[in-house]
Write a protein of this length. Structure first.
Length: 118
């Protein structure tokens, strides 16, 4: 999922940049937490190779899985923090459901691509 993560990061950053430059800074900030999970996935590739030898019970795929789940947790925390600034309850719930669901599905896809390596 390296290429996919790079594409997701680029697309979301371009979207945030476009929103910010068209006067919709709040929407740009709302899009940015979606970048966290793919970045955690990309950073986990080299970091897992460095950490796996120091932790005898975990291999490289396990460390990557932990990083991906940690990335999902950080994403959800950021989504929750941003959602507190959305005034309408329906809009806040829609933001959390759509962005949280997207992040959960992306994390599941990342995990399922790692399963054959376990």
């Amino acid at each position: 999922m390296t290429i996919e993560s790079c594409a997701i990061v680029v697309i979301l950053l371009v979207m945030a940049w476009i929103f910010a430059h068209t006067g919709h800074a709040a929407i740009a900030v709302g899009v940015l937490p979606l970048v966290v999970l793919p970045i955690f996935n990309l950073v986990a590739i080299p970091v897992s190779s460095l950490l796996a030898p120091t932790i005898p019970t975990l291999g490289v795929p396990e460390v990557r899985l932990i990083a991906e789940v940690l990335g999902l947790a950080v994403t959800c925390i950021l989504l929750g923090l941003i959602a507190t600034h959305i005034k309408g309850k329906k809009y806040r719930q829609a933001y959390l459901w759509v962005c949280g669901g997207y992040s959960l599905l992306l994390c599941c896809a990342m995990i399922f691509t790692q399963l054959p390596q376990l």
